[in-house]
Design a protein around this ligand. Structure first.
Ligand SMILES: Cc1cc2nc3c(=O)[nH]c(=O)nc-3n(C[C@H](O)[C@H](O)[C@H](O)COP(=O)(O)OP(=O)(O)OC[C@H]3O[C@@H](n4cnc5c(N)ncnc54)[C@H](O)[C@@H]3O)c2cc1C
Ligand code: SF4
Length: 317
């Protein structure tokens, strides 16, 4: 491992001041330290942000929204009574990820900015545009069975691994970046899959804000290669408001299909005013799939997305 220095920051201002060129913020270290061991991440300095005063889940205004500190551990987030009661979809998403031990260490900020699990990204002997712009993408002609079907480019076809981010996207959450303002999940990740996020070096996430939710039943479902300890092949965070058999409102985000949580806006638009029936849900799924661009070996994700949308909406209606 490359030698590095270490500093622990007690405030967001101090963290940003400690972050010099080549530094990385250290959350729980469950992703970053693995990447350092593999020689993929080579920071010369770690700025520990786990002691920042951003370690609480608080009410945000009076309407039922929440302000979640970036240093809150994943286990604490999933167990928090306000999260379980108001946003069970988020608790489910977090609990579907990693293991109990990892969730005890992992932070909200680190979970959002964890790196893709594309196997070539983690192998420094293989070409990868995410590690080195212009080097090429080994996955395009190699093993990409678990990679993107939406929003990919000739440069990169990676997927984002976070379950939490998918639920947050469906909940219209925003991410507070110290001194820079508030970003939607879409803005946080940007449109270039070869970049892990649209943030600049030194940008520090301090909180995540979840606005008050309209009264909707919501859930999170994840399809993976084995029952636990595996990243999503496809996942869905969905919420539905059905009255008298007619859909009034919906939120749908997909995971495991793009380099960011994929907000299924087309499906949401199509659902408005439709009857809550299997045949209408199937039509809505087809509409969302019109934008999909499956690769040589991941066409099976089309059927997974279709099935997951229909089954989840049926369950919620
Ligand atoms: C075996 C295994 C299985 C897993 N399975 C899943 C899964 O199924 N679903 C899932 O969602 N996750 C899964 N994870 C990922 C795990 O949840 C992440 O490793 C974790 O959330 C990262 O959090 P961390 O605090 O340890 O981040 P770190 O490893 O400390 O940091 C990750 C990145 O975020 C940056 N960072 C950290 N905090 C901040 C901040 N406040 N502001 C700006 N940048 C910051 C770091 O510099 C680094 O680049 C798995 C991990 C492992 C090891
Ligand atoms: S898909 Fe992206 S992360 Fe994977 S090898 Fe290609 S450029 Fe690298």
């Amino acid at each position: 491992m490359k030698p590095f220095s270490y500093a622990r920051a007690e405030s967001p201002d101090a963290a940003v001041a400690e972050h010099t060129e080549g530094s990385a913020y250290l959350g729980g270290g469950t992703n970053l330290v693995d990447l350092m061991r593999l020689g993929v991440a080579l920071p010369n300095r770690l700025v520990d942000v786990t002691r920042l005063p951003c370690d609480r889940v608080e009410d945000d205004g009076g309407g039922g929204g929440l302000l979640i500190g970036a240093a809150v551990r994943n286990s604490d987030l999933a167990a928090h009574p306000a999260v379980r009661e108001r946003f069970p979809m988020l608790a489910r998403a977090v609990l579907s990820g990693a293991s109990g031990q990892i969730r005890n260490m992992a932070t909200v900020g680190g979970n959002l900015l964890q790196q893709t699990r594309c196997s070539y990204f983690q192998d420094v002997t293989r070409a990868c545009n995410r590690r080195e712009r212009g080097a090429g993408c080994s996955a395009r002609e190699g093993d990409h069975h678990n990679l993107a079907i939406y929003g990919h480019t000739s440069e990169c076809i990676a997927t984002h691994p976070s379950d939490m981010a998918v639920a947050l996207a469906a909940l219209d959450a925003t991410v507070l970046v110290h001194g820079r303002g508030e970003f939607s999940l879409d803005e946080l990740y940007g449109d270039d899959p070869a970049e892990n996020s649209a943030l600049r070096p030194g940008d520090l996430i301090t909180h995540v804000r979840i606005p008050p939710s309209p009264r909707m039943t919501g859930t999170y479902k994840k399809v993976r290669e084995r029952a636990s300890f595996a990243f999503a092949l496809v996942s869905i965070a969905a919420a539905l408001d059905v009255r008298n058999g007619v859909v009034q409102d919906s939120r749908i985000a997909l995971g495991g299909v793009a380099a960011k949580p994929w907000r299924a806006r087309r499906a949401e638009r199509e659902l408005q005013g439709k009857s809550a029936t299997r045949s209408d849900f199937a039509r809505v799924a087809e509409a969302e799939l019109e934008d999909a661009q499956p690769l040589r070996d991941n066409g099976y994700k089309i059927a997974l997305v279709r099935g997951l949308i229909v089954r989840t909406l049926e369950e919620l209606s």
